[in-house]
Design a protein around this ligand. Structure first.
Ligand code: ATP
Length: 356
């Protein structure tokens, strides 16, 4: 098994810089998720690892071997795409066996390996069915079995769950993770869905505009996004523009933290709805805020709150246990605190500036 190392990978499509000096090390046996909005370069990066695109600059190594100029068929990779890409005229068994047969492996070896893979991806019962006779989730498991058949060093997955409905998506996500860990294979997984990336990956690389903003373990990324973009993209945070006073930024009576370097008059404070504490009653400290809306989310209820600072309205979301939120009425005034340990503030950037 091998890791993957990208150094200074740059890829242009005409004037579009799809990848801008991207350097990433994926460790052996690690699952790295590439997360970012549409057009940020995730698929291009995966295609460079697969050999489907040639970088204009930089190198791609698998293990200790520089594969930058090696054709796809000679790279030790397996690929799974959103569109399954199964052969419609072959059964599940034949689809999984295909990569072994094109490599002219002995028939008994193919049978043993395919039986093993059918069990791994839980398709033994469907082995003799054709792709049109199985569900989307089963088709994707078949595609995964086929990708793993030749024992690749690295598994590349491009939005493998996008075509599936929500329930199947959650189940198959966990299934892919179980299989990746059981096989112990290094994997790169492209997604634009933050909860999917967090759930499945050892580390997440947040991408923006052809660059890597941050690479971190899901819990670290969730707790401490390093850049304004990461904070915006991960964790459904409140993003509130607040005045900087005497080197501090905050909401009077609610929280204060040191103002970020480079802030000028105002700063953008990020905090998650679960770090907002909501108390009933008019007396006591905390920002007074009116409950504009309650959204029931199951175990928690999200409150849309509007307070003010110096005549400026401040709108924030706060989450509460649903059992407690039942006691609060829309239109009621509550008191709001924010845990300062979980607030991050960034200077407000002018158009064209990048967050740091
Ligand atoms: P999505 O989630 O929508 O698939 P992505 O993050 O995977 O997006 P890429 O497909 O890697 O993004 O595209 C990165 C940039 O490169 C985009 O601006 C895209 O329009 C451009 N691009 C990608 N492929 C080509 C191509 N073959 N020709 C020209 N431009 C391309």
């Amino acid at each position: 098994m091998s890791g993957v190392s990208l150094v200074g990978v740059t890829k242009m499509y005409g004037h579009v810089k799809a990848l801008d000096h991207v350097s990433i090390d994926v460790c052996e046996g690690e699952l790295l998720a590439l997360l970012g909005p549409s057009g940020c370069g995730k698929t291009t990066l995966l295609r460079c690892v697969a050999g489907l695109e040639l970088p204009d600059k930089g190198t791609v190594e698998i293990g200790t071997i520089d594969v930058t100029a090696v054709p796809t068929r000679d790279r030790p990779i397996g690929m799974v795409f959103q569109s399954y890409a199964l052969f419609p005229n072959m059964t599940v068994r034949q689809n999984i066996a295909f990569p072994l047969e094109v490599r002219h492996r002995p028939r008994t070896e193919v049978k043993t390996r395919v039986d093993e893979l059918l069990e791994l991806v839980n398709l033994t019962e469907q082995a003799n069915r054709y792709p049109k006779q199985i569900s989307g989730g089963q088709a994707q498991r078949c595609a995964l079995g086929r990708a793993l058949a030749p024992n690749p060093e690295v598994l590349l997955l491009d939005e493998p769950l996008s075509a599936l409905d929500a329930l199947v998506r959650g189940r198959l996500r966990d299934e892919i993770r179980r299989i990746q860990q059981r096989v112990g294979i290094t994997a790169i997984y492209v997604t634009h869905d933050q909860s999917e990336a967090m759930a499945i990956a050892d580390r997440v690389a947040v991408m923006n505009d052809g660059r890597v903003e941050q690479i971190a373990a899901p819990a670290d990324l969730y707790d401490l996004p390093a850049t304004q973009f990461s904070a915006t993209f991960v964790g459904s945070r409140n993003a509130v523009e607040l005045a900087v006073r005497e080197g501090r930024v905050g909401i009077p009576g609610s929280f204060h933290i040191a103002a970020p370097e480079g802030s000028n008059g105002h700063a953008l404070a990020f905090f998650r709805p679960e770090d907002v504490q909501i108390s009933r009653g008019q007396t006591g400290d905390g920002m007074r805020a009116r409950v504009e809306l309650k959204i029931f989310l199951g175990p928690t209820t999200r409150l849309h709150l509007v307070g003010e600072d110096d005549g400026r309205p401040i709108a924030i979301f706060g989450d509460m246990a649903s059992r407690q939120a039942r006691l609060i009425e829309e239109g009621e005034t509550v008191r709001v605190h924010v845990d300062p340990d979980h607030v991050q503030a960034f200077p407000i950037l002018k158009a064209g500036q990048r967050g740091s």
